[in-house]
Design a protein around this ligand. Sequence first.
Ligand code: ADP
Ligand code: MG
Length: 328
Amino acid sequence: MPRRAPVSVFARLRPLEPGGSEIDPCISVCTAGRTVTVRSGGDSDGHGPADRAGRELVVPCRAVWGPDTSQSEVFASVGLPQVNAALSGVNASVIAYGQTGAGKTYTVCGGGTPATAGIVSRAVQQLFAGAVGAPALEAVHGSFSVRVSFCEIYGDTIVDLLAEQSYQRPWARSTSTSRADGRAASAVSVVDDPADGSVALLGLTHARVADAAEAMALFAQGEALRVVGSHLRNSRSTRAHGIFTLHLEQTALTAPLGETELSSEAVVRSKLHLVDLAGSERVKETGSEGQVLREAGNINRSLSALEHVERALRAPWPLRSELALRRQ
Ligand code: ADP
Ligand code: MG
């Protein structure tokens, strides 16, 4: 029986860039009070709460973290419960949302050292560590398998970052946006899955992995294909929404191994989506132009759609109709 998990919001402020200590920060966190306070800079272009001149906005969150917070602290609060949810058979997601340069990719994908490892790496390690001897069903014997998929949404295109066949991206020849290497990725399409009425991604690779190392090797392979651009706020800005998913399948045997067959009811499937969204952007601050400017338009539009989905989900029936969700 599927259960709807609540949505929790966490806020993390990254450290200022070197030399940024001269800047008067307009955002402050109160860890104890679990609030973020945004003080207006007097900008009145009408975009976002910080632009309402002379106002302070307090955003309540489940937890807020300042610049000194480590990756492991963030994982303990944000990632670990979701890994445990997936292991117990519940679909779970971690979604990093924020302005470009805010630290989304750092938080989800991480840096290159063990201390800076992001949620993906920690979740993968935890998943395989937690899976040993702990199938979702209370069974005499069970089996556990993991597949991974990795796609990115760029404009209207969903690209399979783990595909073997090649797909020439229309934007590949752009000079301002580049892939990290010359390999091509493959496009997939969104379809209704007649099996259970859910939405499925047709053609998306689901690669079976035996352990954490295999999963991370595929993640690294996909990361190398992500679209990256450069602007004033981030010299290595991911320009597409990246979705790395761990698909779990756990089966329980109805009797000790070798004595009987599998019970078809005893299969539990769950997913853990780890999402690194492309950042919202004020183009006058990022100085974007050309292809990067067009990307910013697409990114901002898709984030607005996400906001509408979130509002539709919170709305009471009938406003929360499937139609309202699908329109987005
Ligand atoms: P976003 O994905 O939100 O556009 P990034 O994750 O690429 O932003 O972060 C922008 C820059 O800030 C990167 O150089 C990243 O390494 C750095 N950074 C982000 N968050 C932190 C953090 N918590 N600690 C140290 N450096 C960070
Ligand atoms: Mg990014």
